[in-house]
Structure formats: structure tokens, C-alpha cells
Design a protein around this ligand. Structure first.
Ligand code: PLP
Length: 432
């Protein structure tokens, strides 16, 4: 049975008169799955309610920040308390010290950090820092990794033998795209070749160490170690973009999980507890290049905003509690194991990939998918049908088959168990 979404549909008609596509970030427009985007009224714990009063178990979690679910009481009370003293000053506050202290004292690869207001800003600043530090211009990135909407990284591989990238959006200057070398993931020889050809011009490799923006492309540890060693060989910096994996797969993210020290780390999402915060950090020597100590300019009117800092600190304090990550991972694994068992028993050409509390459903039975080109495009049609049917059963996944799902501390084992039953039931109905 179709749930009524008349109120969402009315709001969407109005929003289309205000915003391109009716939205303030493209994927929200539901173009990949069709139908009316849900307009959300409220969230509580693991659930959201749309404008028509329909309730959904939320596996999107605002695309990752809500690792403790909606309205985490600790975050909420930190915001209320802080706002009584004013919202922003454009001058230093103790709140910045406190969040930085929480991060730096619990992260072995960071001496200094700088806060921004989004992940994109953090990545953009990290690239400038890498270039300022090395005195080189080119950046290596990988097909299948997303790093925000900055010119240098909205770039895909050029055709044929061309190594330089081409913009994936109109408005990307050719000169910016040409500074980006785009390679497939999981391919050491492609990286070796590009360093042989351009090693003296490459400032940095940037990678999502757990690529989670184009499916969940879990990399081999040896491959990430190889990236570390080739950067050392050619005096390039290794940037781990941990906007998703940071504070998600463990407090110290993927660098701790794989035991690999990147030169620069970028963060977003969880670090702001649901308010807009990004950050980048490195050791003292690299960070000393940032203005006003150094000559790499970087700034922000709302950077270090006190409400956002206190929300982030309250969230990270929850994350630092004993067993936070092991409990979250264990319940996610019970859920994804149940899905995979049911899929195997029914002989469906589907596989669920999982890393800590992140999961992704691949509409192919391949046991490893490590690069973007291994994802079968036919899966998109099946995902579209499945997504619509799940909405009607009260389950909300991000509206694209390339997006991962997130489990939060607020998801109960019972809710996950019944979600797995519904997901399996709906998978079995699809026209494979
Ligand atoms: N880097 C990664 C790995 C991301 O997943 C994202 C956003 O999803 C970004 C950077 C950009 O962050 P924001 O959307 O906060 O600008």
C-alpha cells in the first residue's frame, strides 16, 4: 500500500519555486529513485516523521552525522545551554579548545587541527595546505571517492590515454581539472605510472580510506600501505578524507583501523554532532604552514562556532564511552549477517557489505567490490523499486543505490531485526 505523501508533495511544489530542483543539495530531490522527496518534520532516536505524519526507521542519519540518532539528549542539552550565552562571536571561545582537546588527545596522528563549517571546506583547505607545504600543484584522486563539491575534486578520469581529469560539473575550469590526476582504486600499477610521469609535480594523494560515497568499496590494507609508501618515496603527502569514516568506524577512524599514518586528515559529519562542522589536522610541522603562523591562508566567519563546537564535543564524549563502537558494530553485524543469510538462502544476486556501522546493498552477487567500475549499473533500477517499497513499509534509506546506510546507537536490535525481515521480503519481490 502506498503511504500518503500529499503534504510532502505540496511542500515540494512550493520548494521548486524557491530552489533549483526544489532542494538545497541535489540527491535530496529523489531523482535516482523517483517520486516525491520526503519533507521531514521531526526526528527522535532512530526514527523520522515526514510532513504527512508517516514514521520511518532512519538509515540515512543525515548522511552520517547522527551516530547516536536524532536528538541525542547530551547534544541537545549542550546546544540549549550554550545558546543562552549567544550564538557566535567571531572571536575565540573556550568551546573550541574543548572540542580540539577531545579530538587531539584521543587521536595519535594529530597535533593541531583547524575547524571549518563543512567537509568540503575542510578538504579544500587540506589541498591548499598540501600544495603550500610541498610547493607542488597536482593532486591524485580516485574514481569512486567523493570529497565534496570543490573544483579540483569534482573531476573524473579523462578519456583514452589522457591522465589529467575532466570536470564532472559545468563551471569547473579546465585548468583546475588538469591539476587533478584521476585513477581507478585498487590498482597499484596505475599509481606507480602516474608517479613515474608526474612525481615531481604531485603534492598529495587524497583518498577516502573507506570509500563510502559510491557504494562501500572496502580497500585492501596493503593497497593503502602502498599509497603511504609511494607518497614517502616522492615527497607527496597522503590525505585521508575521513569525513565519513572519522569517528564512525572508531574514534580514530580508518587510520587507526588500518594502522596507517596519513599526513593530513579531514573530518566532517559526526565531529559537529549534527551541526555544521568540518575540520582538518596534521602534525605541528605541517600545520605551522597555516595562517597566521604560516603562509597558507585559510579562514571562516563561523568557523569554531560555539553552538557547533559544544554539540560536537557532547557527541564525541558519547563516542568515547567504553564499548560505544563495539556495541554499535556488533548490532550492525547481526543485522547485515541476517540480511546476507536470507539473501543466500533465497539465491538472490545481491550482497550486503558492512564496515563497522556502515552498510551498502550491492545488486550483484560479487563477493568483493573494490572499484567504482565493478558496480553494475543495472542495479540502479532494482534499487529504485526496492527503495519505494521500503518507504511504504516505514524504512528510510538514502535515495540512491550508490549511497551507504548508517546504523546509530539509537537503532534497537529489535528494530534492526524487523527491518531485515522487511528488506528481505521486499528483495524477494524484485524482478531480477
Ligand atoms: N568528503 C567526504 C568523504 C564526504 O562524504 C563528504 C560529504 O558527504 C564531503 C567530503 C563533503 O562534506 P560536506 O557535504 O559537509 O561539504
Amino acid at each position: 500500500m502506498e503511504l500518503s505523501r500529499t503534504k510532502s508533495a505540496e511542500l515540494y511544489e512550493i520548494s521548486k519555486t524557491f530552489f533549483p530542483g526544489g532542494v538545497n543539495s541535489p540527491v535530496r530531490a529523489f531523482r535516482s529513485v523517483g517520486g516525491t522527496p520526503l519533507f521531514i518534520d521531526k526526528g527522535e532516536g532512530a526514527y523520522i516523521w515526514d510532513a504527512d505524519g508517516n514514521k520511518y526507521l532512519d538509515f540515512c542519519c543525515s548522511w552520517g552525522p547522527l551516530i547516536s540518532g536524532h536528538r541525542n539528549p547530551a547534544v541537545e542539552s549542550a546546544i540549549f545551554k550554550t545558546m543562552q550565552n549567544g550564538f557566535t562571536f567571531g572571536a575565540p571561545t573556550k568551546a573550541e579548545n574543548e572540542l580540539a582537546n577531545l579530538i587531539i588527545t584521543n587521536h595519535k596522528y594529530l597535533d593541531k587541527i583547524r575547524f571549518t563549517s563543512s567537509g568540503t571546506e575542510a578538504v579544500m583547505s587540506a589541498l591548499r595546505l598540501a600544495r603550500g607545504y610541498t610547493g607542488k600543484d597536482k593532486i591524485v584522486k580516485f574514481e569512486g571517492c567523493y570529497h565534496g563539491h570543490l573544483d579540483y575534486l569534482l573531476v573524473k578520469a579523462g578519456s583514452g590515454l589522457a591522465t589529467s581529469g575532466v570536470g564532472t560539473s559545468a563551471g569547473i575550469p579546465k585548468s583546475a581539472a588538469e591539476e587533478t590526476l584521476v585513477l581507478p582504486l585498487d590498482d597499484e600499477s596505475a599509481v606507480e605510472k602516474v608517479f613515474r610521469d608526474f612525481g615531481d609535480q604531485i603534492a598529495a594523494i587524497i583518498i577516502e580510506p573507506i570509500p563510502a560515497n559510491n557504494g562501500l568499496l572496502i580497500q585492501r590494507k596493503e593497497y593503502l600501505e602502498f599509497l603511504r609508501s609511494i607518497c614517502d618515496k616522492y615527497n607527496a603527502l597522503l590525505i585521508f578524507d575521513e569525513v565519513i569514516s572519522g569517528f564512525r568506524v572508531g574514534f580514530e577512524g580508518a587510520s587507526e583501523l588500518y594502522g596507517i599514518k596519513p599526513d593530513i586528515l579531514t573530518f566532517g559529519k559526526i565531529v559537529g554532532g549534527g551541526l555544521p562542522v568540518g575540520a582538518f589536522g596534521a602534525n605541528n610541522e605541517i600545520m605551522s604552514k597555516i595562517a597566521p603562523d604560516g603562509d597558507v591562508y585559510q579562514a571562516g566567519t563561523l568557523s569554531g562556532n560555539p553552538l557547533a563546537m559544544r554539540a560536537g564535543a557532547a557527541q564525541l564524549e558519547c563516542c568515547l564511552k567504553e564499548n560505544f563502537y563495539s556495541v554499535l558494530e556488533a548490532k550492525t553485524k547481526v543485522f547485515t549477517d541476517k540480511l546476507n543469510r536470507g539473501i543466500t538462502e533465497s539465491g538472490l544476486p545481491v550482497k550486503v557489505f558492512q564496515m563497522a556501522s556502515i552498510f551498502w546493498i550491492s545488486f550483484s552477487a560479487q563477493s568483493h567490490i573494490r572499484k567504482a567500475s565493478d558496480i553494475k549499473p543495472e542495479g540502479a533500477q532494482l534499487f529504485k523499486l526496492w527503495h519505494r517499497n521500503l518507504l511504504n513499509k516505514g524504512l528510510y534509506l538514502g535515495p540512491s543505490g550508490f549511497e551507504v546506510g548508517f546504523v546509530s546507537m539509537a537503532h534497537s536490535r529489535e528494530s534492526l531485526d524487523s527491518a531485515a525481515d522487511i528488506m528481505l521480503e521486499e528483495l524477494k519481490k524484485l524482478p531480477f
